[in-house]
Unconditional design. Structure first.
Length: 88
């Protein structure tokens, strides 16, 4: 069976240790809090701080399809699993 969107495939094995992360939360007053709850969050983990920082820059940038005056509805925070990052 062929794959229609090969660009969506993961590009290799997931590293066993991924100590550097990004926590995504909704900003105060965001109407999605009524749907998702006040404690909603999403975590993304990366093998290196550089990978994390590049992903954070891409996630938090003003996208080309944003309208004038649009404000991001998400908050991004760098997080780290200290025990894993110090063991390297």
């Amino acid at each position: 069976m062929s794959i229609s969107n090969e660009h969506n495939l993961h590009l290799g094995p997931v590293p066993a240790v991924r100590p550097f992360g990004i926590r995504i939360t909704l900003r105060r007053g965001d109407p999605f809090r009524l749907i998702l709850g006040n404690d909603w969050q999403k975590l993304h983990w990366f093998a290196t701080a550089q990978d994390r920082d590049e992903a954070l820059a891409d996630m938090s940038r003003r996208h080309e399809y944003s309208r004038v005056g649009d404000q991001p509805a998400l908050s991004f925070e760098k997080v780290e699993r200290l025990a894993e990052s110090r063991a390297r």
